[in-house]
Design a protein around this ligand. Sequence first.
Ligand code: GCW
Length: 678
Amino acid sequence: MQNFRVYIILFLLFPLMIFADDGSKLWLRFPNVKKGISADKIISKGKNPTLDIAKNELTDLWQGQAVELRTETALKNLKDGYTIKSTSDKITISSSKEIGLLYGVYHILRLQETKSNLENLNITEKPSYDVRILNHWDNLDGTIERGYAGHSLWKWEDLPGKISPRYKEYARANASIGINSVVLNNVNASPNMLRRDYLEKVKILADIFRPYGIKVYLSVNFSSPKVLDGLENSDPLNKNVQNWWKGKASEIYKLIPDFGGFLVKANSEGQPGPQDYGRTHADGANMMADALKPYNGIVMWRAFVYSPSNEDRAKQAYLEFVPLDGKFRDNVIIQIKNGPIDFQPREAFNPLFGALKKTPEMVEFQITQEYLGFSNHVVFLAPLFKENLDSDTYSYGKGSTIAKLTDGTLMKNKITAISAVANIGEDTNWTGHHFAQANWYAFGRLAWNHDLSSEQIADEWIKMTFTDNQDFVKPVTEMMLSSRETAVDYMMPLGLHHIFASGHHYGPEPWGDYKNGRPDWSPVYYHKADANGVGFDRTKTGSNAVSLYFPPLNETYGNIKTTPENLILWFHHVPWNYKMKDGKTLWEELSYKYDSGVKNVRDYQKIWDKLKTYVDEDRFTFVQSKLKIQEKDAVWWKDACLLYFQTFSKMPIPNDIEKPVHELEDLKKIKLNMGHHN
Ligand code: GCW
């Protein structure tokens, strides 16, 4: 009897057990696949660990005709790319490299899972960038700076002896979208990363990642020679220091022959750097470049530098780096955040893009949602990435987009690269929110092909991650595609920026005025609200940051009438009663934007609730409860910003929008205990 009851319960639970999905498989779910083709239907020559993975993926997952995997030296100019050609009984994937064959296998698997046409395939793929790299901001103690998906995946304590199965799963997920490089540790780097015992741990990860085509890079601390080995200083012109880096490079390459190189944050937010010794960023970068050169390693030197000075923060990277153009070694690339401030919901592009004519540049995006509601908000980032890559800098005349500047089209860059700060942690679903997986996916896909549209990326991801049923795909695509603009609307519409609570950057604090701290970390520094209006004057009458842009953008942004309204408060201090293009006053426009942000989130809740039947229970309720948080946060943002700005505008909140439900004084008292310095 007892047993019988257990059986009944198990029987009732069975359907749930099948359909429960914890998100751990990401976009590699293959829900309908039991096994793939038999090994004798795979034609390939040679033996190689990467090829073995490709074959295993086919025997595990491929449901179609026979597959031939061919290495063809004639295809060298495709780099990691490949061709796919099909006849009725065979698909042929060709590439000059084994990794290209693996990428080709993931391509046909994607076609299979998105139910795409598999007939008469004639595909040629070549990656937009050579280095497609994730930057992990993971610390050696297992915490992650700006990480919202639990602790670090890297178990430094357990390595090199004990190996987590997730290292391989991580590598496979990256390979499936073409990511081929990773920086393992935080740019606020511990010198210990370069200690022998840590390098031996890094070697293990590099060995696991290698067959998946992934190279390991490290963030390094500029003071490492002094801190680790007691050198008198870490001055880049000191011979002993130079030799120290050469020795370190040789030690690393003995362990990891294909090591990628260094990522460096120097003289930024308190990190040490060459300026500590009166040297330039070029002196610092070149010293490391010389050490890595014999092994083909590269230096990614970050342009995220600013200090509390009278100069507008949005100009500082430009002013620092433009005079150094031409002074860098050819294995140095300058890594530039998409905007000139700091990964805000919307920024103008960084004017440094296109301003360096002799030095390769690469973009740094942020996948982790430091400024976009952590892992609580649905914000699909492909539109943000695309907006930046498609921005025309005019540096070589019309059509000089950031994509074309960085991918080698306009400058014959020896190195082309694109990077993003990862949102990955040890949470079962990897990214803290099921929809945040889409941002990892989107970055990989765009790094491979920056011409893909946000819509196509969303479509692929939804079909592989959830279902290809159009009744699900359509509304979810709409939600994802509008979600970034929605977040901008309820957080910082019309070009407002950096009005976050200090430190953790979750939630609003437009009143923040840190008189005793860094003014350039204060929200009031960025919005400059007063009785007259709101916004940062970056025209000639203000900081004149507009002059850093190439014509005609300097004029376009310099004139309030021609500045795109979504950046109007980025470039101008705008009177509250200024007439916007739709006839509303600035104050009204601001009010409606905040309101529409809130309304859109409520629409997302309705959309999601209707989709219950298409999603497993686990993911359905998970996303449903996250959307509740997002809705509450959106109302919080709207009330905080409108009530606070109203103390300056003294104008009424338009009658047809929902009234604030909070008191400003109560909102000012909210102090979240989330730590962090700036
Ligand atoms: O966005 C800011 C973050 C810091 C980060 C810094 C950087 C790693 O608030 O946490 O430090 O940028 O990019 O260096």
